[in-house]
Design a protein around this ligand. Structure first.
Ligand code: ATP
Length: 290
């Protein structure tokens, strides 16, 4: 059996690191939004008893370091399924190491595909428990849409969907190592705490201006992305309601009411950012297409 899945990227409308836990993980407060750029992940069972990965993009590991591989392993461990011959093909469109959860989206897609292939009928909760072992963003990517994510990414609550808007993603030509980003927090701490209650109220009222006003990502306090200010200025000049960095960066996103404003900003960003996309919010993390 073969299952093909669209695995959507995410942005963080808010990201606060609440504290460092004694086990080394961090308690987070994130307002997550799935967006319409996606990797296509095809999962096929075979009788090789091993996992293999092919990927359209160079530089992505094709072995046990790949999040899709880790997800398949975690699924087989959790379900006790022994014949784990699995072929995974990833067509990458989500820029990697961008703060857009590209790897986590692929991991979530593999878990959903295997749940279907092996007819294991795992509940959302069970899928989430497998996902969090693979990465903090995987539980969100399994469900997607608009969510409040807390704990280490494993406590999820639905919030009201974002109103219709256009989202411009701009990733400068640098990569940020997420582990390094957290070590920076551990060393320097944060100087300002995002207004979490204000953001929840804004999400509840679905007021796009208020949401944009409250957007904040604490990683911006200690992760250096030299192009960030110029990107934000161009977004602002072209009518963005708000802008913020996603995840541990370096992608900066802007929220626009008009598509043409987002597209104009995209053109002006060509010399500053390497990967640029205009997309819309989507209401799911993964979509089975075949
Ligand atoms: P997040 O927003 O969850 O922190 P990210 O967008 O910053 O994620 P990813 O795209 O998930 O980062 O990639 C992070 C690293 O993981 C990359 O450097 C890459 O080498 C590795 N990686 C492993 N598996 C994958 C995958 N399937 N797709 C992309 N990167 C992967």
């Amino acid at each position: 059996m073969t299952v093909k899945i669209k695995a959507y990227a995410k942005i963080n409308l808010m990201l606060d690191i609440v504290n460092r836990r004694t086990d080394g993980y961090h308690d987070l407060f994130m307002i997550m939004q799935s967006v319409g750029i996606y990797d296509t992940v095809t999962v096929c069972e075979n009788d090789t008893e091993s996992i293999s990965i092919t990927c359209s993009e160079e530089g992505i590991p094709l072995d046990s370091r790949n999040i899709a591989w880790k997800a398949a392993e975690a699924f087989f461990v959790a379900t006790g399924i022994r014949n784990k011959g699995t072929e995974i093909n990833i067509v990458k469109r989500i820029p990697h190491a961008a703060g857009l959860a590209g790897g986590s989206a692929d991991g979530a897609a593999v878990i959903i595909a295997l749940n279907k292939i092996y007819d294991t009928k795992l509940s959302d909760d069970e899928l989430c428990k497998i996902g969090v072992k693979v990465g903090a963003d995987v539980p969100f990517c399994l469900t997607g849409g608009t969510m409040l994510s807390q704990g280490i990414g494993d406590i999820l609550h639905k919030v009201r969907p974002l109103r219709r808007c256009h989202i411009l993603l701009a990733k400068p030509d640098i990569s940020v190592n997420t582990g390094y980003a957290y070590r920076q927090f551990d060393t320097f701490g944060k100087m300002h705490t995002p207004d979490k209650l204000g953001m929840l109220c804004a999400m509840q009222s679905r007021d796009l201006n208020q949401i944009c006003d409250k957007m904040e990502n604490v990683f911006e306090q200690f992760i250096e992305v030299p192009e960030r200010i110029a990107i934000k200025e161009i977004m602002k000049k072209n009518g963005a309601l708000g802008f913020c960095m996603s995840g541990s960066g370096p992608t900066v996103f802007g929220i626009f009411e008009n598509k043409s404003d987002a597209e104009n900003a995209a053109v002006q960003l060509k010399n500053i950012a390497k990967d640029i996309a205009v997309c819309r919010p989507v209401n799911r993390g993964c979509k089975i297409v075949e």
